[in-house]
Design a protein around this ligand. Structure first.
Ligand code: OXD
Length: 309
């Protein structure tokens, strides 16, 4: 029984250390050094090259190294019938919440405007902005979206949420379906995208939907670049309908050096780091999933292939 690690961005030695501390005999291999293929039972993956998971006859678990699994389903050779699990990790969720709070407060307290004024040596006092002018809408009410919504609401913000299916969260008005989205957007000043990437959410935030936001609204995207039609967002910001955006994810990553987002005064770009997986935090879940699958049980947080999350 061996684990095959396939990721260019995660550190294999951190994973090896974290796994061996918990399970000293673990057989850990780093792609492309697969060794005897029939010995591989688990694949730990983040953006595996297409085909890397084929011809592994005893593969019984594909474990994402992140919360998202869209990177797995882009492989046209993905072995059907092998369970795919995503990570639901406290540390990852904590980072995503932290990033969202930072971005919401930056917008609420107009830090971009203040930084610009300070740069010009201007004593620029902004009158207090009430929560009624900073209504927050959270798209996606899974583990991460729900934690963001609750934390931002606990800070005093008026928070509404949106998801595919109906959800109930204390103190948070929840909407669902396309009609729900049409209700939420006009009542949102700060929109946070925490959606899974599926066929239904790909390019969901385009000119049509983003125009439903009120004037001077703000977008925070920490989910996937493909949720947003980048040129539409740019047009709406340049046309002064949307005030700005804080973006951690992009259609193409790394963001090309000549992309207009980089130099835009109203757009903050961060390099897909809102939530990074820490091996020491996530290793227990991975080992537990391996154990579950060995006993014939489904792994925790198994992905529904049809729904795509
Ligand atoms: C993830 C991510 O899916 O970091 O975990 O994007």
């Amino acid at each position: 029984m061996a684990i095959l690690f396939i990721s260019k961005s995660d550190n294999p030695s951190e994973w090896l250390t974290a796994l061996r501390e918990r399970s000293p005999d673990v057989d850990f291999r780093v792609w492309p050094n697969v060794g005897e293929k029939h010995q591989i039972t688990t694949a730990l993956v983040w953006k595996a090259p297409p085909g890397a998971l084929t011809n592994l006859p005893n593969l019984s678990l594909i474990q994402s190294l992140g919360a998202g699994i869209d990177h797995i389903y882009t492989d046209p050779h993905l072995p059907l019938g092998v369970p795919v699990a995503r990570l639901v990790d406290k540390e990852l969720t904590r980072q995503m919440v932290e990033y969202s709070v930072l971005a919401v407060l930056n917008r609420h307290r107009r830090m971009d405007e203040l930084r610009k004024a300070a740069h010009e040596h201007k004593w620029h006092v902004i009158q207090p902005i009430g929560f009624a002018q900073s209504r927050v809408g959270v798209l996606g009410l899974g583990e991460i979206g729900m934690s963001i919504a609750k934390t931002v609401s606990n800070l005093g913000f008026i928070v509404q949420g949106w998801s595919r299916t109906p959800k109930k969260i204390e103190h948070i008005k929840c909407h669902h379906g396309l009609d729900g989205l049409k209700t939420l957007l006009p009542a949102t000043d700060i929109l946070i995208c925490a959606l899974p990437l599926t066929k239904a959410t790909n390019r969901l935030l385009d000119k049509r939907t983003l125009s439903l936001l009120p004037r001077s609204s703000y977008l925070i995207n920490l989910a996937r670049g493909e949720h947003v039609v980048e040129n539409d967002l740019l047009d709406l910001i340049n046309g002064d309908h949307i005030a700005g955006a804080c973006l951690d994810v992009f259609e193409k990553e790394p963001l090309p050096t000549d992309h207009p987002f980089w130099n835009h005064p109203n757009i903050t770009v961060t390099p897909h780091l809102a939530g990074l997986t820490i091996a020491a935090s996530a290793a227990d879940q991975v080992l537990e999933n391996i154990r579950l699958v060995q006993t014939g049980a489904p792994p925790q947080h198994q992905v529904d292939r049809q729904q795509g999350y």
